[in-house]
Design a protein. Structure first.
Length: 87
């Protein structure tokens, strides 16, 4: 019986999904997406508020959207560099 138990455990271990790695990869992808989207979103919201306050429609929206996009890309690069160092 112990031989059968050992074979069953071996087969289960081989067929078991490696959930830690896939969850980690999904978490990294989610973080990178959130970094990029949040930079753009803050830029757009800030630009809209500044345009409304200063009456400069659409100039501050354009400027702040570009700055937000640049900040989002910078965050993505920083995250990728950190992950590259860990590997």
């Amino acid at each position: 019986m112990s031989e059968l138990d050992a074979r069953i455990k071996k087969v289960r271990a081989e067929n078991e999904p490696k959930s830690e790695q896939s969850l980690s990869s999904a978490g990294v992808a989610f973080r990178i997406g959130i970094d990029l989207i949040s930079g753009v979103a803050f830029g757009v919201i800030g630009g809209l508020l500044l345009d409304r306050w200063l009456g400069t429609t659409p100039w501050m929206l354009i400027v702040m959207m570009v700055l937000g996009t640049a900040a989002g890309i910078r965050n993505v690069i920083r995250t990728a560099a950190t992950l590259n160092e860990e590997d």
